[in-house]
Ligand binder design. Structure first.
Ligand SMILES: [Zn+2]
Length: 224
């Protein structure tokens, strides 16, 4: 379920321990801003699998053309008595295809937490070492957030950055767990984080007091 969080224990970008540093501040290691108070929205989700590294496509094309040429030339090379060229080509093709198969699962994404702040959002894989794999800054332009209901407890989120004269850039395309009636609240919280307004005035969001986010809020105030 989505929850609110305070200042992260470790930098969301590089993992540097932030304990003892006054908030708001910037990470001494990488300069990423962090904030005090309830300034982080955490949602658990599963990101859509990306297209994979850019080099895979040209490698597939080369392997495909190589296979085609090998089929065309194998008999001819054999007849010419240079069958070792044919054999060498065959071994290279098999090695190439095996390597592509072995690396195919790289880039697949499992469950992760998205930690959303005024600076951008971090992606923390669930399970294993809680190591940040990526921090995406909001950067130029104001990213648009679109949340769509999928089921009673499941929704889709898309964060898209539009910069004039450029193709819109999808920053996040993921499914996440959230009660359907709280989706509006989550969307409003994200809008406030992206705009830099912060979550100070979160009580003014309609439905906030009754939402699941209130649970983490109450706990925070009791602990503070
Ligand atoms: Zn850092």
């Amino acid at each position: 379920m989505p929850s609110l969080g305070g200042r992260p224990e470790h930098c969301l970008s590089c993992g540097y321990p932030l304990e003892g540093l006054p908030a708001p501040g910037a990470c001494p290691e990488c300069g990423l801003e962090f904030y005090g108070g309830l300034t982080m929205l955490q949602i658990a989700g599963v990101a859509k699998r990306g297209p994979g590294p850019a080099w895979r496509k040209p490698v597939w094309v080369v392997l495909f053309i190589g296979t085609f040429l090998w089929i065309q030339s194998a008999a001819l090379l054999w007849m010419m008595g240079v069958f070792w060229i044919s054999l060498l080509l065959f071994v290279s093709l098999v090695a190439g295809l095996t390597a592509m198969g072995v690396t195919a699962r790289q880039g697949s994404v499992g469950s992760e937490y998205f930690a959303i702040t005024c600076a951008g959002f971090g992606r923390i894989p669930v399970g294993g070492k809680a190591r940040i794999t990526e921090f995406v800054r909001w950067g130029e332009g104001t990213p648009a957030v679109r949340i769509e209901r999928v089921g009673k407890y499941w929704a889709k989120i898309r964060l898209v950055r539009k910069v004039p004269d450029a193709k819109p850039e999808v920053l996040l395309d993921a499914g996440f767990r959230c009660p359907a009636e709280d989706l509006q609240v989550v969307e409003q919280l994200i809008v406030r984080l992206i705009s830099g307004e912060g979550l100070e005035d979160r009580d003014s969001i309609p439905g906030y007091e009754k939402s699941v986010l209130m649970a983490s809020d109450v706990r925070y105030h009791q602990g503070a």
